[in-house]
Write a protein of this length. Structure first.
Length: 237
């Protein structure tokens, strides 16, 4: 299955809101306002902090509005996770959109020389580190929300299913990268390792606190990993 088909499959399975559908712009804006407020509560109190009254207060809407758009808390939680998924994938797709084209041009060059190989490694390291810096500094609240939803997935079957397909979306983006650009012989295994690396960096950042994030250490880790990728690419050739 190609990347376009994979993306459509994920979209069809995950990005469908469960709450009351809206057709008017103002109604959709209010519904979105409620979901954004729900995510803020997840960030500060966890998923278990979601209650209709608390969400209504955070969103500055009447209590009746939350029960109008979402029949129960489970529906509100599922739609909040769906919104989170949309936002997270948009950030990743924006990064890959800027990263893939210049990287593909570098990869078609002869990287056998030390100078060109080092240039490729530095470019990839800078780009991936920039992405992680954005995740850890600019999207820190999103990471906190993601961890809260991961815990909820352990006890909520609906969130578990959405979480699995959300991860599959990330996984397929990574597989496409290793297949189409890097020409890895084991793109699925490489995708698992890459996602694991990112999750480990993010989790350590959350444990240490945003003010204690060591970007130099993170860059060194990323560079070491990319060195392995590039050297493996040369061996395969």
């Amino acid at each position: 299955m190609d990347s376009a088909a994979n993306e459509q499959t994920v979209k069809n399975k995950t990005l469908q809101y469960q709450g009351r559908k809206t057709t008017r712009v103002k109604s959709e804006q209010r519904r979105r306002k409620i979901l954004e407020a729900t995510l803020r509560i997840v960030r500060t109190e966890g998923v278990r902090g979601i209650r209709h009254r608390a969400v209504a207060k955070e969103a500055a809407v009447p209590l009746a509005a939350t029960t109008y758009y979402f029949k129960d808390i489970d529906e509100l939680i599922v739609d909040a996770f769906t919104l989170y998924t949309e936002k997270a994938l948009l950030v990743l797709k924006d990064f890959t959109g800027h990263f893939y084209q210049p990287l593909s041009q570098l990869l078609v060059e002869n990287v056998g020389s030390t100078e060109k190989r080092n240039h490729l490694i530095e470019f990839m390291t800078d780009q991936v580190t920039s992405y992680m810096r954005g995740q850890l500094l600019e999207q820190y609240d999103m990471l906190t929300i993601e961890q809260a939803f991961r815990y909820e997935a352990l006890v909520n079957e609906k969130i578990r299913k959405l979480g699995q397909i959300h991860r599959q979306a990330l996984y397929m983006i990574a597989v496409d990268f290793f297949t189409g650009l890097v020409h890895s012989k084991q793109p699925e295994a490489d995708a698992d390792i890459l996602i694991g690396l990112f999750h480990n960096i993010e989790y350590n950042a959350l444990l240490s606190g945003q003010e204690n994030i060591d970007l130099d250490k993170i860059r060194n880790t990323i560079k070491h990993y990319i060195n392995l990728i590039v050297n493996n690419l040369l061996v395969a050739e």
